[in-house]
Design a protein around this ligand. Structure first.
Ligand SMILES: NC(=O)C1=CN([C@@H]2O[C@H](COP(=O)(O)OP(=O)(O)OC[C@H]3O[C@@H](n4cnc5c(N)ncnc54)[C@H](OP(=O)(O)O)[C@@H]3O)[C@@H](O)[C@H]2O)C=CC1
Ligand SMILES: O=C(O)C1=N[C@H](C(=O)O)C[C@H](O)C1
Length: 238
């Protein structure tokens, strides 16, 4: 497949290695300095774009792909409020758009475990729930996209929880997301239930970026001949 990397930072570089190892061709590596190279490309040159850039650039990047009719896999976090508009545009233009807050298989299993545990804990009102995310100090957004997905899974399954709050003491109807930035941590997520007498925790700790990158390349292979709006649940259901 001919792949364009839209965003060539920490993730773009790991994605490149994995895409090459799976026999793909990298047509262009785009960052802020050579963005005009992307404008010159058409759907005839590219089978899929993999977009890992910046919360402020993801919307324009993904929109351009949809308008060009190039299937796009985006992992950029921190721009969720604008995503529904692009999902509607994808359907209108008959294009293909795949997004996930986290492409690692392990985290996607963790998302399901989180929902199952929340269902079990729902009647146990003596426990208070919170989620913690720890990432490297270069991360631009807070809370992490993954932590938001985890909090959404809690809100869906715990009666009385209606919204999440970041790094503030929560009200009864809020799920606390505690965010920390430390060294070079690739991504750690924890869900905790605490009562007066004990504590239950589940944890996912990435040892590097390879799991995110492999998932994104597999998503690009999967979406290249499809039209519509997709996420990891669609891919993993097959
Ligand atoms: N969904 C998932 O599984 C994962 C998601 N992420 C998310 O991916 C995103 C990128 O992460 P990461 O690679 O660590 O970040 P980096 O800061 O290392 O890299 C971002 C890259 O995007 C480039 N960029 C910025 N603006 C544009 C633009 N307008 N067009 C094209 N490229 C641009 C930057 O260029 P320059 O350096 O010149 O500024 C840089 O090369 C973040 O939102 C992060 O949260 C990360 C890991 C996994
Ligand atoms: O910025 C990162 O590094 C990561 N971002 C994603 C997020 O915001 O959830 C996924 C992963 O945890 C790494």
């Amino acid at each position: 497949m001919n792949i364009v990397l839209l965003g060539y930072g920490k993730m773009g570089k790991v994605i490149e290695k994995i895409a090459l190892s799976r026999g793909h061709n990298i047509v262009a590596r785009i960052d802020v300095n050579n963005r005009s190279e992307f404008d010159a490309l058409t759907a005839a040159d590219v089978d899929a774009v993999i977009e890992f850039s910046h919360p402020l650039s993801a919307y324009e990047n993904v929109k351009t792909c949809i308008e060009k009719g190039i299937p796009v896999v985006s992992g950029t976090t921190g721009w969720l409020e604008k995503k529904p508009e692009l999902e509607a545009l994808t359907l209108e233009k008959g294009s293909a758009f795949f997004w996930s807050s986290n492409y690692s298989i392990g985290v996607n299993i963790f998302f399901k475990l989180n929902k199952m545990l929340a269902k079990l804990m729902n009647p146990q009102k003596q426990y208070s729930v919170s989620t913690t995310e720890i990432h490297h100090t270069e991360k631009k957004d807070s809370p992490s996209g993954t932590a938001i997905t985890i909090a959404e899974g809690l809100i869906e399954n715990l009666a009385g929880k209606e919204k999440w709050i970041n790094n503030e003491i929560p009200a009864d109807n809020e799920v606390a997301i505690w965010s920390a930035r430390e060294g070079r941590v690739p991504g750690t997520h924890i869900v905790k239930y605490i009562s007066d007498i004990d504590q239950i925790e589940i944890l996912h700790q990435a040892h590097g970026r390879e799991g995110f990158a492999l998932g994104a390349v597999i998503a690009a292979e999967w979406i290249a001949d499809k039209k519509g709006v997709f996420g990891m649940d669609d891919l993993l259901a097959e």
